[in-house]
Write a protein that binds this ligand. Sequence first.
Ligand code: GLA
Length: 376
Amino acid sequence: MLAHKPPMGWNSWNTFTKNIDEKMIMDTADAMVETGLRDAGYEYLTIDDCWSEMERDGNGMLVADREKFPHGMKYVADYVHSKGLKFGMYACSGAKTCAGYPGSFGHEFKDAEYFAGVGIDLLKYDNCYHPSSPDMLRYNRMSLALKATGREILFSACNWGRESVWTWARSVGAHMYRSTGDITDKFESIRRLSESQLENLPMSAPGCYNDIDMLVAGLYGKGNIGFGSGCTDAQYRYHFALWCMLMSPLMIGCDIRNMSEETKKLLLNKELIAINQDEEGRPPIFVSANNGLKDSIICFRHLADGEFAIAFFNPYDRDQTMMLPYVEIGLDPLCGYGFRVRDIFTGESLGVKRDYFEAKVPATDCRVFRAKIVKI
Ligand code: GLA
């Protein structure tokens, strides 16, 4: 089964846009191994838009840009595979890709053959320049074309949440589906996109996950979607931890050949990754903040091993004490049970908490805990 858990990997778009080439991709494959990202679960290396020539060949086939990829795409795919990674590429359901390269509309079956010939393991399928037809039909068409190749290819549908994609993405065979417009390297964007999906998460489950968009953690304003100095480390922590709690696919967008120590530590955080990759893929229960700070996110998630994840996200620019009153999750104070809590960032055991659990959360930052239910 593909996408039993939220897919993890790296994608070229957020940092490199059209400035992609064979050497950068191969160096990135090396870096995925050397930094430990591959072994932490980031298995897909995906080349986004701007990889092809502007014209198809005489047989109507897509052609990789001859300057950027002088040895052709199969050569790159083989190299990526030799590193124990999976290889992803990008196409679009319209006449052109979003950056204006040849699109797959009317060429779906040929393009699927091309991609299978290259040996891809993931196809990100975008939604620009299409004629007016239901997105569902165009996405199912490419899904069928991929199936017809006989190759197992993870289908990453990217229609930015149009036409309530969460209601049909699973049905068309997508393994992940973009539910939002493009992320930018700003805290406001992280907040807006994630908050827009809190109610859609019940559709996210093994086999097909809601993709809130690729990660901006570690960009610090560099690359295609950077603004000024980007976000702070605390804000990237908020972002990454939230994507983990919400079971979004984790597609790194920064230049992993030159990551800061903080970025590396964050992206390799085993406990957060384990929450994201939890076997059962259960969406969290959201609890309203009881202090009037309505944009805070307080969530409680059942995990497959019988434990729970509790997370507090403070989007405000001042520190605040956040609280999970157990009655809000159905645990009455008289029942005689509470939670033994451990901070996943510090590893510190906080003991058994009864009736409620509260923690100080710095401005635009988060705290994440593992909890076990115990008799008091
Ligand atoms: C759209 C997608 C992005 C990226 C670009 C490429 O905007 O949403 O993720 O793939 O196209 O042009």
